[in-house]
Design a protein around this ligand. Sequence first.
Ligand SMILES: C[S@@+](CC[C@H](N)C(=O)[O-])C[C@H]1O[C@@H](n2cnc3c(N)ncnc32)[C@H](O)[C@@H]1O
Length: 250
Amino acid sequence: MLKRIHPGIIALLIQIVTILLICLIVVLQTTIELSLFEWSLLQGLAAGLLSYALRMPVWWMPIHLGFIPLIVVALALNISSTVCLVLFLGLWLIYGKTYKTQVPLYLSSNRVTQVLQSLLPESNRFSFVDLGSGCGGLLSHLAQKNRNGVFYGIEAAPLPFLISKLRSLFGAKNCAITWGDFWQQDFSQYDVVYAYLSPVPMTALWEKASKEMRPGSLLISNTFIIPGVAADKSIQLDDFSNSALYLWKI
Ligand SMILES: C[S@@+](CC[C@H](N)C(=O)[O-])C[C@H]1O[C@@H](n2cnc3c(N)ncnc32)[C@H](O)[C@@H]1O
């Protein structure tokens, strides 16, 4: 049943339950005397353990552990409300849609750019799309090095889109970035579809790719496999996360 509830809602409930629990302990007993920060650490620990017990993905643990303690630290530092607002807006413009997409922003390494470049045709014309193109770094490098290709990026988050748009305006002319949802795109127009997403959309991505992509075109996923669909080839990357590129020839 938990699987049907959005992980953001479960996380919120975990925080509420553990905050109430710690408040109850503070109010109902007088023997343990801790500072506000120490109580917040206990709450973080309880939230982290509960998240583990409810089998949330492991990366939720540090978020739960640090969430309330960091708020307490921020309040103690007396950071101005304008700075907080600017930080909040900045994060919202980058990560605001993650609640829906479940794909946060993190960037492909330089090693990925090198390997992708070695996979692209040297002289034949081709089209390449980066699904969720982030700040456009990968595309602008590839577009500069491969003038025989046309590169497209689709990005949903406003701030990364703006950065990548500016980059493409001043960069190579064979690169176009649009703001939008890649699920609304028709994949049949591309020879190479590149995705660096998260485990969540991979099954749906395969369904869409196998329906729409042309025979002979290439689907490449950075790091994330497609459950139950063996890749035709995988290339181990010697980068900071020691990840791999997975290739499916359609
Ligand atoms: C892991 S980042 C990868 C960024 C870039 N492709 C790279 O490799 O450096 C994934 C990006 O996909 C974007 N994204 C997630 N779902 C999307 C969707 N449905 N449509 C467009 N962009 C999306 C996110 O906002 C995020 O910037």
